[in-house]
Design a protein around this ligand. Sequence first.
Ligand SMILES: Nc1nc2c(ncn2[C@@H]2O[C@H](COP(=O)(O)OP(=O)(O)O)[C@@H](O)[C@H]2O)c(=O)[nH]1
Ligand SMILES: Nc1ncnc2c1ncn2[C@@H]1O[C@H](COP(=O)(O)OP(=O)(O)O)[C@@H](O)[C@H]1O
Length: 205
Amino acid sequence: MKRGVLIVLSGPSGVGKGTVRKALFEEPDIDFQYSISMTTRQPRSGEVNGEDYFFVTRDEFETEIANGDMLEYAEYVGNYYGTPKKFIDQTLAAGRDVLLEIDVQGALQVKEKMPEGAYIFLTPPDLAALKERLIGRGTEAMEVIDRRVSAATAEIRMMANYDYAVVNDEVSLAVNRIKDIIKVERLRVNRVLPEYIKMIEELEA
Ligand SMILES: Nc1nc2c(ncn2[C@@H]2O[C@H](COP(=O)(O)OP(=O)(O)O)[C@@H](O)[C@H]2O)c(=O)[nH]1
Ligand SMILES: Nc1ncnc2c1ncn2[C@@H]1O[C@H](COP(=O)(O)OP(=O)(O)O)[C@@H](O)[C@H]1O
């Protein structure tokens, strides 16, 4: 069976990853799965365990790490965030595509292990827009915002490690660009060829 495509949506904090990912999954014709991350941070009001994140204790998270069950993880502002490995392995093996929405550190770890994925970097139209979005979201103090913006400049340089750059000027436009990327990724020779090789081998057997 043809393996599914791993799609990694990443980019600096405040660029709109969560917003764009949610809008993408509201589209009627989406036929890929979302990899739900695990975190030790407290759920925010309205967040649902097993939908937004798997919310676990530090002990539980550290056990997962020790067992080798995390594809990648990062510590961010005192909390662990990570991607459970089993769901991704099983879904890709079943021929279904999976989307991960993770920070830049995490995406680079995944790329080392799974370079065959499609790595999408979401960019702000400019740095002023990034700062305005972080202010507008109203979840961080000004000092934290300034730190996130300066972290973002370093992260933008990491774009060199990605396959695609998608500007998040308008959410619906960014969503359409990502849908186009996924369509193209499914047509890459290295995804299609193994199936044909198998057919030829069966014919020759
Ligand atoms: N490495 C890694 N980062 C993650 C994962 N899930 C979420 N993150 C990142 O962790 C950071 C904090 O996430 P969160 O607390 O939900 O805040 P918010 O995304 O800034 O609203 C964000 O940059 C997320 O993209 C994951 O599975 N792995
Ligand atoms: N295209 C956009 N135009 C204007 N504001 C946006 C856009 N995309 C996201 N935002 C806003 O920017 C803020 C940060 O978005 P969020 O999805 O939380 O970012 P991230 O998940 O990358 O940290 C939110 O307040 C969100 O509503």
